[in-house]
Structure formats: structure tokens, C-alpha cells
Design a protein around this ligand. Structure first.
Ligand SMILES: Cc1ncc(COP(=O)(O)O)c(C=O)c1O
Length: 362
């Protein structure tokens, strides 16, 4: 039988698609550095150093795994309505905020349509655009990494469908102001404000949703609630738009353990927010400590991470030397962030070890 050349039947725009540069798993990092997994300091994924709530762990342990989850997401939407103060029909839950980003592409982007990204930013929007066969307009943020609204407005053309705004921005930590978002909404395009790190900033534009059918706010349980491994996030949007998402999503998209953990976490909000407070305090302490080191600058951040900028060509050397000591941060290969890396905020002991190492290396 003749061997089929599978490339001939793959959709042409996906044959050489550039994949997402995801971070490596802890076991891979351990293997690479030769340091036991239990000794690794993993600060490359903006994960929560305190883990999830005990109530969530208990709820997961009791979950009947042989039953499909509720496709209408009723209990999760009610719980999230209580937490966010938004009506449950305005909420759609996904397998991570990542799934909602993917669903946005399914709903809005046909081949050749454009999305607009405010660079540097989270890589998932452009990755999903590549997979969808969309085009990406990259609009550079200003020197302070704030959104350049006039430049965004000038870059829109009749193929542009969606503007992505990350607030706090990953990896730079900037907030998009309400007036910036309002200016973008007035274009009539879909504006996605990704508030994955909302709990660390306390700033949201969710109150603009009732007046703006073209606004989606994204949130996640991965960061503040420590559920990154379970994959659960949500979108808040006008009820009319939420109905479309509910209609096109895979029916059982959020697994039953994630559902149980989300609901239990929202019954333990005070505990989880006390961890958020600790992380914010640690962020400010690390900010001072790094800025007291020579030859490196930490940028101010409203997230659970700090972006550090080094002298020319130094970031990669410091990254490699930290990794050799079992301390893993996130580096970038984009031209604008080539001299930077991002450090997730861990425990006080993680900070002390990191700073100790940086004092020797930098
Ligand atoms: C800005 C931003 N949005 C979304 C996500 C993905 O969140 P989730 O884990 O819910 O898929 C991340 C994860 O790092 C992020 O940084």
C-alpha cells in the first residue's frame, strides 16, 4: 500500500505552523538541571506558591469521576455570579482561560481576518490566530509598556475583528485604564480584556459589560486560586454573547474535578485572598531587592510576577546560571524582551534564594 503523505491533507496554513512556546514541566526541568524535582524553585509559570484551597482538594477527592460534568455549567455559573457580582447568564466557564481564547477565535475569526495584539504580551492570542489562519497585527506598547491607543486605532483596517488587551499585562505588569478600554470599545470591534491576574491588581472593567456587547473580560482560577493544573477559567460578557459561547463550546468542556474545585474554592475566598495578599507583599519586597542590585531593573507590576531588564546580552547568561542552580524563570526570544526575563512571585524563601543567587551571578 502506498504511504500517505499526511502533509498533503493537513490544512495548508497549519503544515508549518509555529507552535506555542510553553514552559517545561517540573520533571523536565529537574532532568535538565540534574537537581531533584523537590529542590527546584519553579518561578517560570506565574503559578501560586501556596497551591489551592484544602476545600478544593477535598471536593476533588469526593468527585464521582465516572459521571460527565454538567454541560450547562449551572452550579459553577451561580458560584461565579456570587463571586463576581455579575449575572450567571453573563458567565461562561472554560478549561482554563486558554479555552475561552480558543473559542473566541472559533466564534469570530475566519481565515484572513485580523486580530490586534499590544506587544509585548501573552503569546496565546497570536498562537490561536496562527491556528485559526488569522492574521496578527502587532502594535508596540510605548516605552513604559503601556498601550498606545492612537497607534492601535491607526492600525485597524476592515479585516480587523478583535483587539486583545491584557490587564495586568503579562509579562510587563501594566494595567489598561478604563478610558483606554472605552476608546477601544468605541471602534465597535470585539475587545477582549484578559484579567487573568485581576485578584493581584484589584482593577477590572467588568462594569462596562452591560453597556458593551463587544466586551469580553477573561479570568482564571489558575493564579489566585491555585488551580492551574486543573484548567478552569471563565469569561464575563453580555448575555447575548454568552449564549453563543454556550452554543459552540464542547458540551463537557470543563472536567468534573475542575468544576468541584472551582465551587469549593469560591466557598474559601477569604483564605485564597489572604494568599493573594501574601503574594502582593512578596512582590513588593522582591521589587525593592532586585532594584537594589546593580545592572538589573525590575519593572513595577500589578500581577504575581516581575519583569526584570538587564544590560545588553546579559539576560540569557543570568537565566542559564540561575537554571544551573535549579531556579527557573521565564525568558523570551522577542526582540523587545531579549534583555529581560519574568520571575513569578513565590514564597519568601524562594525570593531569598533567588536574590542570593542573583547577587553572585548578576
Ligand atoms: C494573561 C493570561 N491569560 C490567560 C492565561 C491562561 O490562563 P489559564 O491557566 O486559565 O488557561 C494566562 C496564563 O499564564 C495568562 O498569563
Amino acid at each position: 500500500m502506498e504511504i500517505v503523505d499526511i502533509q498533503k491533507i493537513i490544512r495548508p496554513h497549519l503544515v508549518d505552523v509555529k507552535t506555542y512556546e510553553a514552559m517545561e514541566a517540573p520533571e523536565a526541568l529537574a532532568k535538565k538541571s540534574g537537581i531533584p524535582e523537590s529542590e527546584i524553585i519553579k518561578l517560570n509559570g506565574n503559578e501560586n506558591p501556596y497551591g489551592g484551597s484544602q476545600k478544593a482538594l477535598d471536593a476533588v477527592a469526593k468527585t464521582p469521576l465516572h459521571i460527565y460534568p454538567d454541560p450547562t455549567q449551572t452550579n459553577m455559573r451561580i458560584a461565579l455570579s456570587g463571586y463576581t457580582g455579575m449575572p450567571s447568564e453573563n458567565i461562561v466557564v472554560g478549561s482554563g482561560a486558554d479555552e475561552l481564547i480558543d473559542l473566541i477565535f472559533r466564534l469570530f475569526i475566519s481565515e484572513g481576518d485580523k486580530i490586534l495584539d499590544c506587544e509585548p504580551t501573552f503569546g496565546m492570542y497570536s498562537f490561536c490566530a496562527r491556528v485559526a489562519g488569522g492574521e496578527i497585527t502587532l502594535v508596540q506598547r510605548d516605552e513604559q509598556f503601556d498601550i498606545n491607543v492612537p497607534s492601535v486605532l491607526n492600525s485597524i483596517d476592515d479585516k480587523t475583528k478583535v483587539i486583545f488587551v491584557t490587564s495586568p499585562n503579562n509579562p510587563t505588569g501594566n494595567i489598561a485604564t478604563e478610558s483606554q478600554v472605552t476608546d477601544l470599545l468605541s471602534t465597535g470591534l470585539l475587545v477582549v480584556v484578559d484579567e487573568a491576574y485581576y485578584e493581584f491588581s484589584g482593577q477590572t472593567v467588568q462594569h462596562l459589560i452591560s453597556q458593551n456587547e463587544n466586551l469580553i473580560v477573561l479570568r482564571t482560577m489558575s493564579k489566585w486560586a491555585g488551580l492551574a493544573g486543573l484548567r478552569v477559567g471563565y469569561g464575563i460578557m453580555h448575555g447575548k454573547l454568552a449564549k453563543y459561547f454556550m452554543d459552540i463550546k464542547p458540551p463537557y468542556n470543563v472536567n468534573i474535578a475542575a468544576e468541584a474545585a472551582l465551587i469549593a474554592s469560591l466557598e474559601d475566598v477569604n483564605y485564597l485572598l489572604s494568599n493573594v495578599e501574601k503574594i502582593i507583599g512578596e512582590r513588593e519586597r522582591m521589587f525593592e531587592l532586585i532594584n537594589n542590585l546593580p545592572r538589573v531593573k525590575a519593572w513595577p507590576s500589578s500581577g504575581n510576577y516581575l519583569m526584570c531588564e538587564f544590560e545588553k546580552n546579559e539576560a540569557q547568561r543570568v537565566y542559564v546560571e540561575l537554571a544551573a542552580k535549579g531556579i527557573f524563570v521565564r525568558n523570551f526570544n522577542s526582540p523587545r524582551l531579549g534583555d529581560c526575563f519574568r520571575i513569578a512571585i513565590g514564597t519568601a524563601s524562594d525570593t531569598d534564594k533567588l536574590i542570593g543567587a542573583m547577587k553572585i551571578i548578576v
